[in-house]
Write a protein that binds this ligand. Sequence first.
Ligand code: GCU
Length: 409
Amino acid sequence: ATSGCVRLTMAWADLDPSERAEASPPVLEMLDGGGTVASAGEWQAQRPAIRQALEENVYGTFPTGGEARLVERRVIDDNYLGGLAVLEDWDIAVTAIYGGKQAEPALLHMAVMIPAAKANAPVILMETFCRNHNTFPGTDVWRPEGDSMCDGDGIMNDVMSYVFGRYIATPPLEEIARNGYAIAAFHPGDVVPDEAAAGQAALNDMAAPMTGDGERPGAIAAWGWLFSRAVDVLEADERLADSAMISWGHSRYGKAALVGAAWDDRIDGVIAHQSGTGGAALSKEKVGESVGQITDGYPHWFSDSYAAYAGREGGLPIDQHHLLALIAPRPVFLGNARRDVWSDPAGTFLAAQGADPAWELLGSEGLEQETLRSFDPQADISVFIRPGTHGITEEDWPAFLQFLDAHFR
Ligand code: GCU
């Protein structure tokens, strides 16, 4: 009991950004020492250098391009949720391009829910832990052979919802459809499995045509890149709004949702919930999961150079506020929970503060809240915190929807 109390007290102290160093270096400082970015044009010119620094120091080499082709589209239920929506399966062949050379295509299975009553629907691009048939349970959407992590029997599902929240596997579909949002859900493990050996093997195959001596690619980058491949096929569908494609992810896929938008301006907004280390939280002077812990635990997620910063994070020439700043001036939601110190809510707030000058430079007010607790869904950088731990709970989706309604409805 004592250690529990001590832990809780520490957790509260860990939540105070004012005790911590600001994000460094300042986001508008040019990385080549050339001074301070002072105009929107100069910022545009600076963005490739920031991306390159993030590839070299954190995520590994990105594909220089990519393509997706819709192989087949099947209507699964044209009267889904009592007629609120249409549910479809889309099979997509995705191809990575490195320096003009194409990798072998991989097949991505996407389940797409389109609201019946809303023309030109905004799309939540949802990268999930579970499989498409867990996102849309009781339907005939494609499912892989065998059971996957979210296929437990009744008791296992109850345990999972108890630990990770009611909405960990299945979002509140009716409410989302009623509010006029489409969902395009996919599991990135179709292309790069989330497992060290198999994941790295898939990444190496993907990057095989790479000629230069770029850094080994990491899974977070590849998963981020998959959001772009989803947009490739979705933006051609007239029922959907190509001006309202929102990348959505929880935790490791929250990291990917941020990366996807940072590399692709066709993504119009981001919801990154509890994305933590390598996502929205700063890597320097951090609380919660360290660079050493994340790169030891998940060696396939990042580049070798990120792992080499373990214990000397101060040497990083950039930090995660640079990742956020690449998303400016688009709206971004950063979700947190008070007892999820592992994902470092205070470090996320500091990153939001550090990135804010990019929004201001581009004519948006960016972050308008003074503290971690003063959630403002209207703002273009919206930081949310609720009680509780890591997961997707009853409080999270109303906050996601408030943010979406404020920016995309
Ligand atoms: C682990 C990992 C985190 C990650 C989380 C998740 O806890 O250390 O970095 O965000 O898994 O994806 O749920």
